[in-house]
Design a binder for this molecule. Sequence first.
Ligand code: NAD
Length: 503
Amino acid sequence: MNAPLRIAMPAEASAAPKTYRLLIGGRHVEAGDGRTIERRSPGHGFAVSRYAQAGEADVEAAVQAAHKAFEAGPWPRMKASERAAVLLKTADLIEARLEDIARLDALESGKPIAQARGEIAGAVDIWRYAAALARTLSGESYANLGDPMLGVVIREPVGVVSIITPWNFPFLIVSQKLPFALAAGCTAVVKPSEMTSASTFLLGDLLLEAGLPEGVVNVLAGLGADVGAPMVAHPLVEMVSFTGSTRVGKLTMAAAAPSLKKVSMELGGKNGQIVFPDADLEAAADAAVFGGFFNAGECCNAGSRLIVHENIADDFLAAVKRLTAKVKVGDPLDDATRVGAMISTDHLAKVSGYVDAATSEGATIAAGGAGLPANAGQYLDPTIVSGVRPDMAIAREEVFGPVLSVLTFDTVEQAVQIANDTPYGLSAGVWSADIDTCMTVSRGARSGTVWVNTFMEGYPELPFGGYKQSGLGRELGKRAVEDYTEEKTIQFHSGRRTAWWVG
Ligand code: NAD
């Protein structure tokens, strides 16, 4: 058993929890039935936030506000340059409040503060990218349809969008959706996770400060069943943009089906990093540790499977273990921390359950696996499980914790086959100095992103999303705004129509 972690209590621990009200129609309001949700810091155990807890009546009010802002408000009608100006101003305001936002996310999610700062800086970049795209959104014209005809294809905002986000990257994920929806001219109802809503509430305030008209963005905290479900089913909502688990993603798609809403789904992953003997093994070992333990493994892109060539498996595993021993686990608010707290005790128990099941099926714990007692909060030590077979649950299901499963392969084909042998298809990594090997794996991987000799990088310019049960559609990239539009075809006929149907 490890020595207990010493977690220091921050100033917030001796203050009352910060309170947040719902943002509906540009006003901050309590929930209709007066309920609240309290969020305790998973890294420290004290109550950090208290949000008004929305219910169905609040969803109705928020959707009505978004609908009114779409039907009668200025936002969808103004020039793209004016919308871009609001997005750019929002980016500036986020940048100015970067430290506050990072601290909220670190306190509510347990992620390391240094990492949270990077996420908020990344979000600023995305808001600016979306502002640029607002001005490049355009359609097509067809002057080749014969003399009297001109075909014009225009893009119009889809309407009210319900945006539902998870707890693992509270500010970053809403920033992968909302600025693009706004750039297109849509209005939105946003529901962050009930565990990490504070930074999204703050974003709502920054948007108003930046000049966003009332009702264009509405923010509701609440549970999936009470708030998420009616946000999906509501007849005035035209599109649902969801990031979360594959299980809830399927429920959401089914709930969107009766009203045939457009859906965008960013779901779970079970990603493999494949390491060949000719790779830069030092860099690959570092990436293996990063991939496995970044955000305590609570990451859709986690490289939770290390698929290593059998000729180097023992030495490579030893290098990964050496690096893992150096990973600083502890207080999310400590600048040096690399792995913070787990989101909840229930989730921690679920992750530990996967490790226990794997060992009872014959796998071996190569590092960690013993839990990490602390004077406050809930922590797991980075765990490496070797001797994992592709049929084990730990190799196929999304563990979503700091657990790296090690599998071995012999041929390139076998490596690709193992990498693809899960219901997910979000991302994959390949490490080799040989271009043919890299190309074969990149082409063979059934996943939305492949990293070659690097891992888990992201850029607003590059589309992101999943194959198979990792999702539907893509976020980011130059088409990200188009996702939030409908195409309308307009056919102009000049002169008298001669192709009469009756005489
Ligand atoms: P989750 O599916 O439990 O919840 C996601 C959101 O959906 C939350 O806001 C939740 O309140 C809401 N929700 C729950 N039930 C609902 C319902 N019936 N109808 C509508 N909304 C409902 O996911 P989580 O535990 O918050 O997040 C972790 C999951 O998110 C992991 O599976 C992870 O892989 C995935 N994720 C994917 C990406 C990606 O881009 N592919 C990014 C981050 C996280």
